[in-house]
Design a protein around this ligand. Sequence first.
Ligand SMILES: Nc1nc2c(ncn2[C@@H]2O[C@H](COP(=O)(O)OP(=O)(O)OP(=O)(O)O)[C@@H](O)[C@H]2O)c(=O)[nH]1
Ligand SMILES: [Mg+2]
Length: 294
Amino acid sequence: MERLKSGLRKTGSSIATVFTGTRIDDALYEELEDALLMADTGVKATQWLLTDLKRRVKEAKATEPAAVKALLADALAALLAPLEKPLVIGEHQPTVIMVAGVNGAGKTTSIGKLTKHLADHGQQVLLAAADTFRAAAREQLGVWATRNTVEIVSQEGGDPAAVSFDAVSAGKARGKDVVLVDTAGRLPTQLHLMEELKKIRRVVTKADATAPHEVLLVIDGNTGQNALAQVRAFDDALQLTGLIVTKLDGTAKGGVLAAIAQERPVPVYFIGVGEKLEDLETFNAREFAQALLG
Ligand SMILES: Nc1nc2c(ncn2[C@@H]2O[C@H](COP(=O)(O)OP(=O)(O)OP(=O)(O)O)[C@@H](O)[C@H]2O)c(=O)[nH]1
Ligand SMILES: [Mg+2]
């Protein structure tokens, strides 16, 4: 919570200054509109929030800007609420989780952190190095496997779909609770690479007819409005079940989650707030709203 707060501090202070005046007038709402747009909230979600806020202000008969700020926190928390949903493990053995995203979003790091989170909850995890694109990528996942003392299925120069198939089969045979599949970074515009992801998904289903049980998109919190485009494109290609939003400890503005909630509400299972094993938090709409407003 502290790391999230300090990460979003800049956004928080620029939104907070909107409410330092003494009157609730058009100027206040205009400043707020600017501040929300600057925070990556996007036009649609910003308009939605302003309309909802004005209704709340009227209903509460608020007279002080400070009261408007509190009502904005309520409006934002309500908008973000549908994104708050826990990742459920245990309905399948193993639960197969495929992880995708653009280059450098934080997929491999998030898998490392998620492995610890799951192990802390008593789950046996198996990692699948389906980022076969670079040798370094396999090694990087191997480091996280060692740190967490979990097994990894990896194959030099292998086909990503074949590695995924092997990992799911191994997960079943070895009685694992969770199989986490790491994939290579790619842009949604690289159509052949998006096809490769779809193939991984299909082949995983061949190894286990009910899998994948979760398809997660990792997005870098610093990506701004492009994050929404990524959610749309990967969701269209893969039918996402959840998101992990990383790097919220840095210079991310955070408002893009409001845009995602408004336009493509895929649940945010976790947020990344640092590079270490323990820097993964579950998403709480109310806390996030409060951190965003400073
Ligand atoms: N500050 C911070 N850095 C992060 C976070 N998550 C990931 N990173 C850093 O982001 C960089 C990229 O992370 P990776 O996990 O390698 O990203 P990736 O999506 O697997 O990258 P590719 O496999 O190359 O597409 C690394 O330097 C990570 O340490 C986070 O929550 N906070
Ligand atoms: Mg990676």
